[in-house]
Design a protein around this ligand. Structure first.
Ligand code: GTP
Ligand code: MG
Length: 335
């Protein structure tokens, strides 16, 4: 492993740039999808307002964070002003309201980690999950979207990493691998760490955006129009970055001691966060700090079996990027 870490990137890496960009382009959702999403959102608002005239619907996750591929499901947060002591009751009522309209497969999942109502709209063909008062998710979605506006290479890298993770079956939190949200944070952190840096650390700058959600202060610099040249002195291409990303997670990252932190734009130690031992189900085998809920490790879903699967997949990807004559096929081969 030590030997591999020292290794130079393959000399023909530039040859991989065009095919990787072509894959990225093919994953971008067409414009009509946005229109359909807005159509569905308007329909849902109309239905929800009958019961809760003060309610607001906020889309979050990949449908608005700029990291959504074509035909993704949409995530919506129903923000109710009232204090809620029984989420299940609200979800069941919501399911009832939606059921009576033409929506299909309406289902209230009241026992999930994040309780939701699921549904499918037959008119637009879009599936969606609605949760209640999960405002932090709306705010971290804005953070991701703001990072995406700074340098185009983030979106390119993240699309390729997400596509790889879905193809290889390592984007399934219920099976102990990582969420899309975690992979995007890994990409942001990786680009913050390049020299020269490709992304800044927005939470370390002047705070132009500031909200308090669930007693957590969410504050950062969001005047991204002032940062559109930020990464321009770094000339790395997407092929070099994909190579570097997998090489880092295969052979560079110190799994025993390190936590990646987008909040600080650096690596911090497990010691410092007291993430050194297993507490309950939190094993901290791969540590990814949530940018706002800083006591939250997005690697908490990973167990002693799935950490091996994950690391073997990172190594496989790194080796393909280094040695394979045709990486763009092999990398995304279904598992
Ligand atoms: P795909 O649906 O796979 O395309 O990706 P996605 O961007 O929708 O990501 P995902 O389904 O993993 O998560 C959707 C949104 O939920 C994220 O953008 C976050 O806002 C939020 N989210 C997901 N997981 C967590 C978590 O563990 N903690 C917090 N705070 N928010 C989360
Ligand atoms: Mg999603």
């Amino acid at each position: 492993r030590m030997l591999r870490r020292q290794m130079e990137c393959r000399s023909d890496i530039h040859r991989l740039n065009a095919p990787l960009l072509a894959i990225y382009e093919s994953l971008i959702p067409p414009k009509e999808e946005k229109t359909k999403q807005q159509q569905l959102l308007a329909l849902l608002e109309k239905l929800v307002w009958k019961e809760w005239p003060q309610a607001k619907l906020f889309p979050y996750g990949s449908c608005v964070n700029d990291f959504g591929v074509s035909r993704s499901d949409i995530d919506i947060c129903l923000a109710l002003n009232e204090d809620i002591n029984n989420k299940s009751e609200i979800l069941l009522k919501l399911a009832d309201i939606l059921q009576s309209d033409n929506l299909q497969n309406v289902q209230a999942l009241t026992r999930a980690r994040v309780p939701i109502v699921k549904l499918m709209d037959p008119v637009t063909g879009i599936s969606c999950d609605i949760c209640i008062n999960n405002v932090l998710a709306v705010v971290n979605t804005k953070l991701l979207r703001d990072y995406a506006q700074i340098d185009a290479r983030l979106r390119q890298l993240a699309f390729i990493v997400k596509h790889w993770a879905k193809s290889r079956g390592v984007n399934e939190t219920y099976r102990g691998t990582l969420s899309s949200y975690a992979y995007v944070l890994m990409c942001i952190h990786f680009l913050q760490q390049r020299r020269p840096a490709i992304l800044p650390c927005l939470q370390g700058m002047e705070k132009t955006y500031n909200v308090i959600v669930d007693n957590i202060e969410c504050a950062y610099f969001d005047q991204i129009e002032k940062l559109h040249n930020f990464g321009s002195s770094n000339k790395e291409t997407v092929a070099q970055l994909v190579w570097g990303f997998f090489n880092y997670w295969a052979y560079g990252h110190d799994y025993a001691n390190s936590v990646i932190s987008v909040r600080t734009g650096s690596i911090i130690s497990k010691q410092e966060k007291d993430w050194t031992r297993r507490i309950g189900n939190d094993r901290h085998l791969i540590c990814i700090e949530d940018p706002f809920e800083t006591c939250h490790d997005l690697g908490r879903v990973v167990d002693k079996f799935s950490i091996r699967v994950l690391r073997e997949e990172f190594e496989r990807a790194a080796d393909i990027m280094q040695f394979d004559p045709n990486p763009c096929v092999k990398l995304f081969e279904p598992y």
